[in-house]
Ligand binder design. Sequence first.
Ligand SMILES: NC(=O)C1=CN([C@@H]2O[C@H](COP(=O)(O)OP(=O)(O)OC[C@H]3O[C@@H](n4cnc5c(N)ncnc54)[C@H](O)[C@@H]3O)[C@@H](O)[C@H]2O)C=CC1
Ligand SMILES: O=C(O)C1=NCCCC1
Length: 340
Amino acid sequence: MADAPIFIGAAEVADLLQYGALLPVLERALVDFSKHDGMVVQPVRSTVPVDKHNGFLGVMPAYMTESDTLATKIVRFYHQTAFGTSSHQATVLLFNPSDGSLRAIMDGTVITEMRTAAVSAIATKYLKPDRLETLCILGSGAQAISHYNIFTQMFPFKQVRVWSRSRESAERFAGQVQGQVQVCTSAREAVLGADVVITVTMASEPVLFGEWVKPGAHVNAVGACRPEWREMDDALMKNAVLYVDSKEAALMESGDVILSGADIFAELGEVVKGTRPALCEKTTLFKSLGKNKQEAYTMPSIQFCTASCLFPFSTHCLIESKQKLLWTSLIHLAHHFSRN
Ligand SMILES: NC(=O)C1=CN([C@@H]2O[C@H](COP(=O)(O)OP(=O)(O)OC[C@H]3O[C@@H](n4cnc5c(N)ncnc54)[C@H](O)[C@@H]3O)[C@@H](O)[C@H]2O)C=CC1
Ligand SMILES: O=C(O)C1=NCCCC1
């Protein structure tokens, strides 16, 4: 009889997954994904609208030939959730690629929060302006917190500003993170003069306008993952140099890209690999959808990295950390767990 799949819950994921291990594997995942050589199979996320309940279910499968890793992330994102329940909830399934059997089930919510923030941090590492004094975060939910945590660890910001639709949630955010945060009464006030701006809202209409953004600043646009949703106005989309995690996903899922008609300059993986330039002296915008890594990653269609690719890598990090062993594949890892 086949071994039962192992289960790795949220607390264990949170305990084991460290940014230090996650960042290099995500960089590698971004590069592999952007080679487009057929070695990473990660279709654009398939999303089912659950209109009756104002939500969506996204499925993000991915297969990576080199590491022989087969995984799927399933993520739900709902506008209205019961008090105290996260709007985003994800599960990652790992399969044995040789026969397709299920080897592991793990919480994907923490992975989604950390993977997404880590990829924004990678984009910022490559695209940042010379001066890094002020960080602006629009939104105050789970992604705002994970972005705050890694951005304040990785970069020497002197000031962090936050804006949210309600001052109460912005103040709650300021009380949850370690370190000083300036709560702003308007998005404009938060954005003016900022060197790096992060948008992590569930908005479907623009909350960030090009006229507010300092020339030469870098923007990480993380929300608005539906073809009809926006976080940015056309002025910003057209004036910034546009980088994405996946061109295919951006052209199918990002309302900011599709509706503005902005030209995509490069995938982030191409910049990390060095085949496309990082135009740091210009205003840059990284449109994240999770395709490459994340999804896979945790979400496979990753949006893997957004999708798919990223996901398996994240899982590797988890397991390596726990076992202090270098595993070469998720499946090996899953087997190991099931025997211990
Ligand atoms: N690019 C990627 O790989 C990923 C993107 N996301 C996206 O990031 C965004 C934030 O996700 P979470 O922090 O997990 O969600 P959350 O529900 O924890 O926080 C959402 C934030 O958006 C604000 N908000 C909601 N509606 C708004 C509106 N109409 N205008 C302005 N603000 C509004 C809320 O007040 C809250 O501060 C979402 O759009 C989510 O879909 C999430 C995971 C991965
Ligand atoms: O990659 C993910 O996970 C998500 N991306 C976009 C919004 C929903 C979750």
